[in-house]
Design a protein around this ligand. Structure first.
Ligand code: S3P
Length: 426
């Protein structure tokens, strides 16, 4: 795939289902009684890893494209997997499933690809160990492969040092298997899909300020869930519509949960023409259509409490900043270093290669925008969000942009290039 500068982007699109919600739908369905039906499911590699892990533990799951039916077996219905569970590239699968596995009477183990084997698991090993779980990093390096399970759990209160929905969800899911109330306090609120969705399945789960708590031993009952479009996938087209000339895009049916929608506020702060239409609630989550048109953007500061609400969008926000006049400072985002790639390094490397003035910092980056970008060969480091973010930068760059790998997009957005091609006017 070679991408060159476009004349304009026009059209109405939808993006695939929300990755976080799709994972949770499968997991919570598997440990509930009765049938759970997901429509709009994200048929990407990460969510397939979650399906495969639960199939390996005896759960009957059928999938036809974005329609998934899970025949749940209740909190104690999983059976011991015969082999090591394969979580692929998925951090969400790894950390959330670990909370469930910690509560099982059998011992299991899991592993994933080279990226997963570098991502920090100490952040879940610590609280799960406090709950009395048996969990260990098999290579003793704080990363996967992990061995988990086989011990009774006790309820704890955990003060998490990181604002991470994966850590919070892991502890809350383990809390399903403990007597009493398990709670987690975070330094800044992270995405709350677990709290919203588990409550719909019948759990006694609450959030107050920075603390989420759950009562152990509920009866969970299967649900029908319409998964909305993923704002992290919509983000590429939001930025594309703002930075490309003569553009007008409507992105329909996108999850705008405030714990996720930080990119909308930042696009507005940068002077972007962005509006939410047809705002509604679907399966307990806020949803809207997002309209963007070409905008004169200026730099801004991206820091503090908003960071967890846009952490996955920072690569494409950096592209937006490169196209904005003036300076954008992104800080308080050291978590970028432990995503699918070290995104401070991989964003810097590729934006520099396109001619942008960018300086990496310990917890973010400083971008002096407005310099013309030129094509390059993007070094994706097999990180889906790097590939897609730089496909958007390529739309305004002089010359041709190619990729060392395009297939990595299928982790979260298998049809990304098809949708992009639909809206491009050369
Ligand atoms: C996710 C939480 C975020 C996010 C990831 C999905 C989730 O990770 O980066 O893509 O579904 O809970 P952290 O919570 O670890 O920051």
């Amino acid at each position: 795939m070679a991408i060159t500068k476009v004349k304009s982007l026009k059209g109405e699109i939808t993006v695939p289902g929300d990755k976080s919600i799709s994972h949770r739908g499968v997991m919570f369905g598997a440990i509930s009684e009765g049938t759970t039906e997901l429509t709009g499911f994200l048929d990407g590699a990460d969510c397939r890893s979650t399906i495969d892990c639960f199939k390996a533990m005896g759960i009957d799951i059928s999938q036809e494209a974005d329609h998934v039916i899970i025949h749940g077996k209740g909190l104690h219905g999983l059976s011991a997997p015969k082999e090591m569970l394969d979580v692929g590239n998925s951090g969400t699968t790894t950390r959330l499933i670990s909370g469930i596995l910690a509560g099982q009477s059998f011992i299991s183990s899991l592993n994933g690809d080279a990226s997963i084997q570098k991502r920090p698991m100490g952040r879940i090993i610590t609280p799960l160990t406090q709950m009395g779980a048996h969990i260990r990093s098999i290579k003793d390096n704080g990363c996967a492969p992990l061995e988990i399970g086989g011990a009774p759990l006790k309820a704890i209160h955990y003060d998490s040092p990181v604002a991470s929905a994966q850590v919070k969800s892991c502890v809350l899911l383990a809390g399903l298997y403990a007597d009493g109330v398990t709670s987690v306090t975070e330094p800044v609120v992270s995405r709350n899909h677990t709290e919203l969705m588990l409550s719909g399945f019948g759990a006694d789960i609450k959030s107050e300020g920075l603390t989420a708590s759950i009562v152990g031993g509920p009866k969970l009952v299967g649900q029908k869930i319409a998964v909305p479009g993923d704002i992290s996938s919509a983000a590429y087209f939001i930025v594309a519509g703002l930075i490309c000339p003569n553009s007008d895009l409507l992105i329909k049916n996108v999850n705008t949960n405030p714990t996720r929608a930080g990119i909308i506020k930042i696009a507005q702060d940068m002077g972007g023409n962005i509006e939410l239409l047809n705002e509604r609630i679907v399966s307990g989550e806020p949803v809207a259509d997002i309209h963007v048109t070409t905008s004169d953007l200026h730099g801004c500061e991206v820091s503090g409490e908003i960071i967890p609400a846009l952490i996955d969008e920072i690569p494409v926000i950096a592209v937006m900043a490169a196209c904005a006049s003036g300076t954008t400072v992104i800080k308080d985002a050291a978590e970028l270093k432990v995503k699918e790639s070290d995104r401070i390094a991989t964003v810097t490397e590729n934006l520099k290669a396109m001619g942008c003035d960018i300086t990496p910092t310990e917890d973010g980056m400083i971008i002096n925008g407005g310099k013309p970008l030129h094509g390059t060969t993007v070094n994706t480091h097999l990180d889906h969000r790097i590939a897609m973010s730089f496909a958007i930068a390529a739309l305004i760059a002089e010359g041709e942009t190619t990729f060392d790998n395009e297939e990595c997009c299928s982790i979260s957005y298998p049809t990304f290039f098809e949708t992009l091609n639909q809206i491009i006017n050369k």
